[in-house]
Write a protein of this length. Sequence first.
Length: 481
Amino acid sequence: MRMHWTIIAGLAVALAMPAKAQQKTGLAAAADAMGATTLASIQYTGSGSVFSFGQAFEPGQRWPLFVQRAYTASVDYLAPGMRLVQVRSQGEHPPRGGGAQAVGADQRTVQVVSGKFAWQEGGPQAVPNSAAAQDRLLQMWTTPHGVIKAAEANAASVTGNTITFKLDGREVKATLNAQNLVEKVSYLSTNEVIGDYPIEIAYTDYADFGGVKFPRHIVQNEDGFPTLDIAVSEVKPNAVVSVDVPANVRNAPPPAPLRPTVDKLADGVWAFTTPNARNWAVEMADHVVVVEGIGSEARSLAVMDEIAKVIPNKPIRYVINTHAHYDHSGGLRTYPAKGVTVVTHEMNKPCFEKVWARPRTIAPDLLSKSPRPLMFETVSDKKVMTDGTRTIELYYMKGTSHNMYNLLVYLPNEKLVYWGDGYNPPDGNDPRDTARTPEQMIDLYRVITQNKLDVKTIAPAHGAGPKPYENLLKAIGLIPL
Ligand SMILES: [Zn+2]
């Protein structure tokens, strides 16, 4: 334990007795060692690697890597608020996994939180996203000095070198090293696919920046694999940080409940679209097949309401899952919660069974509140689902770089195709997706041509649609624009 002596300059020698030793312990010692007490704000900059959580190439493997060209966090502990500027570029060569690979030009994102408000900067005006405020504040209060301040404000307990407190109902643990500097912070987060999962942040290689100690190496792990690994190059204690809430963010109405727009793709085939997510319902003789449990439980319930309107009086019996990325399977559990059979690649079944059995204490869902037996049908290379009239064909997208166990959905009579990822048709007349290079679009084209599919219309999971199939061919340069 580091000792702190009260010494009044010039009087120390004159005193008959030495000044009484004041040995600060626990939180106070950490605050002193870190230089947290007089720190009202901080800005730190680094670079390294960033990884796309929930977008692994293969279920259970590490998150895909991107280059983090820049990472600048500006924290105002008093507001409280934080602005996080990140610039990323392609990290996997060749592309491997999701997270909107392969990145073309560098992508810059600016995320801000200020109290209960959150927004995105970088466009012509701020884009409100106050649903993200809770997570971003948690991120802010788990920075090296933030965690000390949050512990002080939330009646933390200290046992040995471990500080424990509750923030927003979640337990946060901070571990101190031998110099009383914060070396690790951990807490539980939640995700629709995997339920409760651990976030662990390691702060190492401390240096002094104008009396304030700050780690020069930050590694964040989420559910066992890194999501961030940066070397810190510059630290400015008490930097000027402005997180004033823009008027359009302050006055933004609360987000409306999700209501999908409904498009009829063909007789008995419907698409349900919410911002950046689409799925289908296919009417069979005596039941409904849903294509993709994309998004969240809230979205799946909203889609079920719409399905009941366009295909009344037929039960949903199957839900097809293209792949196990968390955006595509976030709303999948809602279906088995209603007794619906999940159709997925055979290699995804054990993964879903494993992660769906995990605890969900932070955000219980329908299936965790009322568990019921899971029913799966699996696909190896190809599967045909038919009622004699309508046919759905599922193809294993072997050899694609987006995800190891990915399915393509094809309706041969309607000449319709659905995929999870690869090409997201943009709005407007130019079919090129300029943010990405075409590797994964070419993968998609290869699977379609290898299986000799006769495609007329595409209405995939992301992007605008329905669109003509020619748009994919134009996007990869096979036919002129
Ligand atoms: Zn994906």
